[in-house]
Design a binder for this molecule. Structure first.
Ligand code: NDP
Length: 322
């Protein structure tokens, strides 16, 4: 099978197309034939060596496809089932293994490409809005990178819960997309001081929660945008990691809460995985959650897909189609 392999950490050029044997499913594993792979920022962190892993490796954890073969002891799935997961073991490939406990069926009426586009960013938006800081009617949230993959979905989910969503984006074109997703106010954070703008938009009160995936360049001011006892959910580092931080600042800035969540801890049980994936894929199938796929690349162009994501040009999802 064709797959992307990394032999050393580095730039996009380390993503090499290789011919590898189709893996055999072990106990509790399912072999899937991949129809669409989701490209995510985490693969860039692994490629650069920011997150550690053993090499050589095939990147990618998100995909949708069909069941090819069941490993010993697997029940509940059959060959040909349309399935999706965010725990694929190397999804930049034509075939890959998935732990059966982390595989879900794709509902009728949703294409496999849409399922691959919705799973990881959609479930991330879901856990942020329903569990990390459960939004309720009347809450105000600040969402950074509001026209990004997670940003567009989080804005839609948060507004559906009755929250007011203020976003930040880098360009006017992105501002338009963010507004379409439901943002009440969009701040162009390259030209405007978002802390000043948020204070103005909230009449000095501050927001209840900041969902910050940008990290290094936004962290400090994100804390300053919160109301007393508000929460900063720092869930990414698109601009780079946040430097070491003295927790006493949480006290002086208003008894704030800071959390650094990750999807895996919010889908660790079958019940949580089924709840979040069921909601996200179900809303997408009914057209209640609008998906935006920026670009679909052949597997061989994985490097270009990562260059695009990293270069800040993209909005919505990037897919690889083997
Ligand atoms: P996005 O589509 O949001 O792309 C990243 C965006 O970040 C860019 O488009 C850009 O938007 C903004 N950005 C700001 N500064 C920079 C910079 N210096 N370099 C690059 N981008 C910058 O990506 P995703 O939706 O896939 O992921 C968003 C973030 O969420 C990532 O950091 C990812 O790691 C994280 N994440 C975390 C998860 C978790 O569970 N913790 C799960 C999923 C994703 P603009 O041009 O508008 O500034």
């Amino acid at each position: 099978m064709k797959a992307i392999q990394i032999h050393s950490t580095g730039g996009p050029e380390v993503l090499q197309l290789a011919d590898l044997p189709i893996p055999q499913p072990g106990p509790s594993q399912v072999l899937i034939r991949i129809e669409a792979t989701g490209v995510n920022f985490i693969e860039i962190y692994f490629r650069k060596g920011v997150y550690k892993t053993s090499l050589p490796m095939t990147p990618g954890s998100e995909a949708a496809g069909t069941v090819e073969e069941l490993g010993p002891g697997v029940t509940g799935f059959a060959a040909g089932d349309a399935v999706a997961s965010t725990s694929v073991i190397g999804s930049y490939a034509e075939y890959a293994l998935v732990p059966a406990a982390q595989l879900v069926k794709v509902p009728d009426g949703l294409s496999l490409e849409c399922a691959a586009a919705a799973m990881l960013q959609g479930m991330t938006a879901h856990y942020l809005a329903y569990s990390t800081f459960p939004l309720k009617k009347g809450d105000t949230a600040l969402v950074h990178a509001g026209a990004g993959g997670v940003g567009l979905l989080l804005t839609q989910i948060a507004t559906a819960q009755g929250a007011r969503v203020i976003t930040t984006v880098s360009t006017k074109a992105k501002a338009g997309l963010s507004r379409e997703a439901g943002a009440s106010d969009v701040i162009l954070y390259e030209n405007q001081d978002f802390e000043v703008e948020v204070k103005r938009l909230t009449e000095g009160k501050g927001v209840d929660v900041v969902y910050d995936s940008v990290g290094k360049t936004t962290f400090e001011k994100s804390l300053n945008c919160l109301r007393p006892r508000g929460m900063l959910a720092l869930f990414g580092a698109s601009s780079g990691p946040v430097p070491p931080f003295d927790p006493v600042q949480l006290n002086s800035k208003g008894s704030l809460y800071l959390t650094r969540p990750t999807l895996w801890h919010y889908i660790a049980t079958r019940a949580e995985l089924e709840w979040r994936s069921g909601d996200v894929l179900g809303w997408a199938a009914k057209g209640e959650l609008k998906l935006r796929t920026e670009h679909t690349y052949p597997l061989a162009d994985a490097a270009q897909a990562q260059i695009d994501l990293e270069s800040r040009k993209t909005t919505g999802k990037i897919l690889l189609v083997p």
